[in-house]
Ligand binder design. Structure first.
Ligand code: 5AD
Ligand code: SF4
Length: 590
């Protein structure tokens, strides 16, 4: 960036240099200063320079003006609105070159719900650029994998998938448009151009903050350049992109409220792949939730790496908001956040949009559960009484090594406090088996925590060392793989025992179930979810319409049904349907 700024400031270099070197300078500078800093695969660089310079010479007359150049040169790296990529293309890519021209995109998503949401955002951007969507791999002109890096296994799945895609690409007929393959998301961010080196079939690599750049990256691929954009942003929340819901009969949707994470748990790659924490302005979240309600959706899950650390400072008056507190006994490892609208404000406003719409949120950190959040969950009928409290370990020594910012005792106090504050709450958690330095005694403490809490839902993982993390730099991955697997199996067994007991407590009770559709196992049964997000199966029979039975109906996806639970196991419940009802009618009567 520096030499060009100099040139422009003095106004000399550009006039005095031979044309080719000026163009070369502009191209090099363009790569480092322009909106999204493409990192171009180096082997191709010289070839590209030659071609682009030729191309550039022929376009120079109509090419970039000084005005255009100055505008781009002064764009800061982190942009608040990078939608200019689509509306204001660089001069050597015409607006037409950015268009999909009916090419079909196949999106394959790996990993967490954030990735599902990211796929919808990526698709919304490409759809706007004239691409079409296909759900059939063999019809695709562009295959995009939205990837996950959280554990080694997740990445291995992508490498294996790429091997399969190699055959499809090789078999592509010359008469067809060339097949493009792209890697999006966390693995793109972590491995960057290494993916282009290792798998020559990959054409584009786009990190989680670079989806607006997809049309440009794809059009660069058309001109023979394999390219990557892995620039992380401090501001990108895709607030103005309305994700396209992929399933037409969906009853529920995910709404992204924040991105990134500042917590830096020592085992976790997320802060490195998804960048710093930033929250989407409340106005755009409310707008999306209202649209989903108008479309008839009955459930919204607020999404983020750290949802309850939400902080919207987008408007001046928000900074007068009352400060919130951490959960009792929790220390924040990093600087505390002041001002702005916080998670309780967001929950309050989102839950007022539609009293028939269930609100869930994931994934929270246990440190951010102040009483105002718990009170709201207890008070509002449409905020589900389901809380995910990732514990990770039951041993203080390991929690310290993980830099979780709480002790076992503080965590258990929080569990008791939540159970006192939110009646009938369902709890879920994440645990890691075999973290660095974990002894048999540490493991026993994790087992005892699982036995003590008895979660309804659990996500349990064997530790997988990730490069860049604090653990990678400072700790030893010293628990042998077979020990990790044995401990994981023991944690799973303890979790199942607890969940079986916790779910059994629901037998004989009436629950409000949001119907999702026919059960996978039997067409004569319906499947839905209770308030605690546990799957409930019940016979698809005629039932009364309303608690006061205003007629007979068959329940449809999106209906609320009152179900009496008759049996349970560690994962699901079974019951009999009593009547169709509504969230408000149920809350008034039951
Ligand atoms: N190894 C195993 N599990 C991990 N998780 C995060 N990083 C790792 C890792 N390196 C788990 C944590 C987190 C969940 C999303 O994934 O339990 O809460
Ligand atoms: Fe990873 Fe910890 Fe952030 Fe969760 S809170 S995303 S585990 S760093």
């Amino acid at each position: 960036m520096q030499p060009l700024k100099c040139a422009l400031r003095t106004g000399q270099t550009l006039r005095q240099s031979p044309l080719s070197s000026v163009i070369g300078q502009i191209l090099r500078t363009y790569r480092t200063t322009n909106h999204l800093n493409a990192e171009v695969y180096p082997e191709l660089e010289k070839q590209q320079d030659d071609r682009l310079q030729r191309d550039f010479s022929s376009r120079l007359a109509a090419g970039p003006t000084f005005q255009h150049f100055l505008r781009n040169a002064s764009v800061p790296q982190e942009k608040s609105d990078s939608s200019a990529t689509v509306e204001d293309p660089p001069p050597y890519l015409t607006p037409e070159a950015l268009l999909g021209r009916g090419r079909k995109v196949y999106l394959e998503t790996y990993g967490c719900q954030m990735n599902v949401n990211d796929a919808e955002i990526a698709w919304a951007i490409l759809q706007k650029s004239g691409y079409l969507r296909t759900n059939t791999l063999h019809e695709a002109d562009v295959i995009l994998l939205v990837t996950c890096s959280i554990r080694e296994k997740a990445e291995q799945a992508i490498w294996n998938r790429l091997k399969r895609l190699k055959f499809i690409k090789a078999r592509r007929l010359r008469s067809q448009v060339p097949l493009r393959i792209g890697i999006l998301g966390c693995m793109a961010e972590r491995l960057k151009e290494e993916i282009l080196h290792r798998e020559k079939l990959v054409d584009i690599v786009a990190g989680p903050d670079a989806y607006r750049d997809l049309p440009r990256l794809l059009s660069l691929a058309d001109s023979g350049q394999r390219s990557a954009n892995v620039l992380l942003s401090l501001e990108e929340t895709y607030a103005d992109i309305m994700p396209v819901q992929t399933s037409s009969n969906a009853t529920s949707a995910f709404v992204s409220i924040m991105r990134g994470c500042d917590n830096m748990c020592s085992y976790c790659i997320v802060p490195f792949t998804r960048g710093r924490e930033r929250s989407r302005p409340i106005a755009s979240i409310l707008e999306e939730v209202k649209k989903l309600s108008q479309q008839g959706l009955k459930e919204v899950t607020l999404l983020g790496q750290n949802v309850n650390s939400y902080q919207d400072k987008s408007e001046m008056q928000f900074n007068n908001a009352m400060p919130t507190h951490l959960s009792r006994g929790f220390s924040e490892n990093y600087k505390t956040k002041k001002g702005g609208l916080r998670f309780a404000d967001l929950l309050d406003q989102v839950s007022r949009v539609d009293p028939e719409m269930r609100i869930r949120f994931t994934s929270p950190h246990p440190k951010d559960f102040p009483d105002e959040v718990l009170q709201l969950i207890q008070e509002r009928n449409n905020i589900c009484k389901q809380i995910h409290l990732p514990a990770q370990s039951g041993s203080n020594r390991v929690l310290e090594l993980m830099r979780r910012g709480y002790t076992r005792e503080a965590y258990l106090d929080l569990i008791h406090h939540i159970r006192e504050s939110v009646s009938g709450v369902n709890l879920s958690s994440d645990f890691i088996a075999g973290f660095c330095g974990e002894t048999e005694d540490d493991h026993l403490q994790t087992l005892s925590l699982l036995q003590e809490v008895r979660y309804n839902v659990g996500f349990l993982f064997a530790y997988s060392m990730r490069q860049k993390t604090r653990a990678y730099h400072r700790l030893q991955d010293d628990v042998p793989e077979e020990v990790k697997q044995r401990r994981l199996a023991e944690l799973i067994a303890a979790f199942r025992e607890g969940a079986t007991e916790a779910n059994m407590a629901m037998v004989g009770h009436m629950q409000l179930i949001l119907v999702e559709g026919p059960s996978k196992r039997s067409t004569t049964e319906l499947c839905g979810r209770n308030d605690g997000n546990i799957r409930v199966i019940f016979p698809d029979i005629e039932m009364g319409d309303g608690i006061d039975c205003r007629g007979l109906i068959r329940a449809q996806p999106g209906d609320y049904v009152l179900v009496k639970i008759t049996s349970s196991n560690s994962q699901s419940l079974k019951g009999v349907a009593l009547c169709r009802t509504s969230l408000q009618e149920y809350s008034a009567h039951c």
